[in-house]
Design a binder for this molecule. Sequence first.
Ligand code: AMP
Ligand code: ZN
Length: 117
Amino acid sequence: MDCLFCKIIAGEIPSTKVYEDEFVYSFKDIAPIAPVHDLIIPKKHICCANEIDESNSSVVAKVFEAAAKIAKAEGIESYRIINNCGDDAGQTVKHLHFHMLAGVKMGWGPESLGKSE
Ligand code: AMP
Ligand code: ZN
C-alpha cells in the first residue's frame, strides 16, 4: 500500500521512534509546531476517524494508553492530542494519526482554527 505512515511503521522510511508496542507506533513529527510534537499511529492502516467502527475502535484505546506512557517518558503532564479528519481539518496523511503537543502554553478559540475574525 502506498502509505507514508505504513512505510514508516515497516521501517522503509526512517523516523525518530518515541514508542512502539504490538498495536501502536509513535515518532517525532518531522515539522514540529511545539517543543514536544509526537505522532501516535495505529499499526493497522485506517485512513481516518471516519473509518473507525466497532471492528477497529480498540486501537484508539491503545493510542491513548500509549499517550500516557509517552507523556511519562517525555516528562510532561500537560498536553494536547489532536486528530485531523479530512481535508478541511488539514489531514494531509491518510493514515489515522494523533498529534501529541506539549511544552508550550497553548491558546484556544477561533484563532486556533485559522479564522481571521
Ligand atoms: P496531518 O496534517 O494531520 O495529516 O499531519 C501529518 C503530519 O505528518 C504533519 O504534522 C507532518 O509534519 C508529519 N509528517 C509528514 N511526513 C513525515 C515524516 N516522514 N516523518 C515524520 N512526520 C511526518
Ligand atoms: Zn497506512
